[in-house]
Design a protein around this ligand. Structure first.
Ligand SMILES: Cc1cc2nc3c(=O)[nH]c(=O)nc-3n(C[C@H](O)[C@H](O)[C@H](O)COP(=O)(O)OP(=O)(O)OC[C@H]3O[C@@H](n4cnc5c(N)ncnc54)[C@H](O)[C@@H]3O)c2cc1C
Length: 452
């Protein structure tokens, strides 16, 4: 589909027109789940407005490990059905989108790692669930890795750019007529005879608006419990929050084309080194926190990743760290060990409001379909949801990507461009410094006409 204008200007117009309309659905939150739900609803002709308190993908959905995967390690906990569903989604996204690519993983066997038979068994099941009939071969280390590594097993999974996956779903929803508003926070919701009246606030201007919608869907990830309180729903399932951080290091320090999975010699946790062009991402940690705002990267977390990686690959100097990023997992679990908590999403409906809790990047389409089905039933509409949502948006090649971000992907700030539209702050050696300058020039140039 051709790129429609989707900019600060159209955003302003959309905000001003809100009062004249009653939408079928108000979606709260513009991460992977909110964008997928809005895209699915728009694709079946349900009028939808989505509000995102900050930029699209500014929550957990730009801070993940960016893997589209079945979760090989979940097999250790017997979570076969979960893995099978995730693999099915991985394979759909690999085949049908431009932004999900295959990546080969090497699982390193070291003195404190998993045993070979465990890996072999896991990979046989994992590959079978993905309809791949291959016998996992142990490759002896012939100098590719430091001598502490005895060898490795190889398998295929997939990876993406998480923020771009969200932006693509948002732009696709916009193309299908959904109103998608970044920097707009839900502040109150009231139920009335015709549905809901919600108060929202535009953080760019401080203005307040009212939205009328027949139904509300809460897709606020780690903020879900807070929004449940706003809507009068108790924090019924145990929603736990777990922080995960990543280090961004120069790719030259790990000259492998493949990704690496290894066990931290410090505590046995599985860690990844994932090549991302000029850099690699090393992660991740998994520690309970109390609030979705607890995103600061602590020295202890950095030390843990540096020491775990150094124990295998030789001393890594802290000064090599280009940058870090961190995100909060929303987990629906009572488990006292975040590593063992299920990553499956759950959807519940209370007093006309649908809440999407937990989940992964990988299974956002399953969650989106489930919600779209519930909405359609509530509105008394019969729709075929098979295969939805699709990403009906492709970014054309352009000489001026920053201007494109402003005109067609509703970027508002420098960070929207550098971090979430171009990704250069976490995928480049200069942490996005040159892209930042370019973005600043564009924003200064377009200042007058871009003002909402
Ligand atoms: C370290 C880490 C690594 C991960 N790695 C992977 C991986 O490799 N593969 C995978 O499949 N999954 C992975 N995940 C899980 C996945 O990233 C998350 O489950 C997913 O991104 C959650 O998306 P979401 O849309 O539910 O939440 P979010 O992306 O957090 O979106 C919620 C949005 O709601 C907005 N919001 C909050 N309150 C309001 C309000 N009042 N009004 C309007 N908007 C509001 C927020 O600003 C936010 O943008 C990882 C998670 C973490 C933390």
């Amino acid at each position: 589909m051709e790129s429609l204008e989707f900019s600060r200007r159209t955003r302003s117009g959309d905000l001003n027109d809100l009062g004249d309309r009653t939408f079928d659905v108000l979606v709260i939150g513009g991460g992977i789940n909110g964008s997928g739900v809005a895209n699915a609803l728009a694709q079946i002709g349900i009028s939808t407005v989505l509000v995102e308190a900050s930029d699209f993908a500014s929550g957990t959905s730009s801070a993940s490990s960016k893997l589209i995967h079945g979760g090989l390690r979940y097999l250790q906990q017997g979570r076969i059905r979960e893995v099978r569903n995730l693999i099915k989604e991985r394979d759909y996204l690999r085949r049908n989108t431009q932004i999900v690519k295959d990546i080969e993983f090497h699982i390193l066997i070291t003195p404190k790692s998993w045993r070979k038979w465990e890996i072999r068994l896991g990979l046989v099941i994992y590959n079978l669930l993905g309809h791949r009939i291959t016998f996992p071969v142990f490759h002896r280390n012939r100098g590719e890795y430091p001598s502490i590594v005895k060898g490795y097993f190889s398998y295929l999974d997939a990876m993406t750019d998480d923020a771009r996956l969200v932006i693509s779903n948002i732009c696709s929803a916009h193309n299908h007529g959904a109103v998608c508003l970044n920097y707009v926070r839900l502040t109150a919701v009231e139920r009335n005879q015709r549905g809901f009246t919600a108060k929202i606030s535009d953080s760019l201007t401080g203005k307040e608006y009212v939205v009328h919608a027949r139904m509300v869907v809460n897709c606020t990830g780690p903020w879900a419990a807070e929004v449940m309180k706003l809507t009068g729903t108790g924090n019924r399932p145990g929603i736990r929050l777990s922080k995960g951080i990543h280090l961004v290091l120069p790719a030259g320090m790990f000259p492998f084309k493949n990704a690496i999975a290894f066990r931290s010699p410090l505590d046995g946790r599985q860690l990844f080194i994932i090549p991302r062009g000029e850099v690699v991402h090393v992660g991740t940690t998994d520690n309970f926190v109390d609030s979705p705002e607890d995103r600061d990267v602590s020295q202890e977390e950095v030390t843990y990743l540096i020491e775990s990686t150094s124990a295998i690959f030789g001393k890594i100097d802290r000064s090599s760290i280009i940058t870090t990023f961190s995100g909060i997992r929303p987990l629906v679990s009572e488990s006292s060990d975040p590593g063992k908590a299920t990553r499956e999403f759950s959807v519940l409906q209370d007093n006309g409001i649908i809440h999407v809790l937990g989940g992964k990047l990988t299974d956002y389409r399953i969650a989106s379909r489930k919600v779209a089905g519930m909405v359609a039933r509530n509105l008394g509409i019969s729709k075929d949801l098979e295969g939805l949502p699709v990403i009906d948006y492709g970014r054309p090649a352009t000489d001026d990507p920053v201007q494109y971000d402003l005109d067609h992907e509703c970027a508002i700030t420098v960070d929207d461009i550098v971090r979430r539209r171009e990704g250069s702050s976490i995928y480049s050696l200069d942490a996005g410094a040159s892209m930042k300058k370019e973005a600043e020039i564009h924003l200064a140039r377009g200042g007058a006409e871009n003002k909402g």
